[in-house]
Design a protein around this ligand. Structure first.
Ligand SMILES: C[S@@+](CC[C@H](N)C(=O)[O-])C[C@H]1O[C@@H](n2cnc3c(N)ncnc32)[C@H](O)[C@@H]1O
Length: 214
């Protein structure tokens, strides 16, 4: 089923884009993106045969087999340079997303836009994108199944940063920041039980993050 998280990802896809949906699983992002008519080309991929078969079935049931290509394979390895300009990755851990990019630098170098919804390590993903010369153009928040997710729109094109407004105006922003703060405070309070943890770099980083949020 399509949810607010997938909808928010689709909303970042620009008209006329050529899109790869990496780790498509059920294929819903590709299917609902195809239904918007916004993308010129869509390829849905997965590393595992079972989810890709599920995607193929859902794509066929939606009558979209001639609109969405499917490919079995690891990360960006199934793509060739210049084939797509936008990569969508949702529902994976932040470290795995960074690894997928590290494993195919030629493909990463060749795309303009990334639409990412990491399940964790969101700050790590943002730092990685900056290192790889992407601008965080916008961030949206979406609530699904009682969890608030960050959806990152990153681009090689600095002009797209001016569009950065979804996070600041999101009705979920206050709730999300309060939850994030609470989580960081919990971690700090656990770490405070050990002198070694309290004098660690990580403790200082969390303190700085919390101060920046106040
Ligand atoms: C939790 S599902 C996310 C599905 C969908 N993208 C979403 O956001 O709802 C993760 C999918 O990624 C696939 N996957 C994991 N590692 C992958 C990789 N290295 N390359 C491609 N697909 C991968 C898994 O097989 C699984 O189907």
């Amino acid at each position: 089923m399509i949810d607010a998280r997938i909808t928010a990802m689709i909303n970042f896809v620009e008209a006329g884009s050529r899109v790869a949906d990496i780790g498509a699983d059920h294929g819903y992002l590709s299917i609902f993106l195809a239904k918007t008519g916004r993308a010129d080309f869509i390829v849905a991929t997965d590393k595992n045969a079972l989810p890709l078969d599920a995607a193929k079935k859902n794509i066929a049931a939606a009558g979209l087999d001639d609109v969405i290509e499917t490919r079995l394979g690891d990360g960006l390895q199934v793509l060739s340079v210049g084939e797509v300009d936008t990569i969508c990755i949702g529902g994976m851990g932040g470290a795995l997303i960074c690894k997928i990019f590290d494993d195919a630098p030629n493909i990463l170098d060749s795309v303009e836009n990334l639409i990412l919804q990491p399940m964790n390590a969101v700050d790590k993903v943002k730092a990685y994108l900056t290192e790889e010369n992407f601008y965080i153009a916008d961030i949206d928040l979406a609530e699904a199944g009682g969890i608030i997710y960050e959806i990152i729109f990153a681009s090689r094109n600095a002009e797209k940063i001016s569009a950065r407004k979804k996070f600041e105006t999101s009705p979920l922003r206050e709730k999300y920041l309060a939850l994030k703060k609470e989580k960081l405070q919990r971690v700090l309070s656990e770490m405070s039980k050990s002198a070694a943890a309290m004098s660690s770099e990580k403790y200082l980083q969390i303190q700085n993050k919390l101060n920046a949020m106040n």
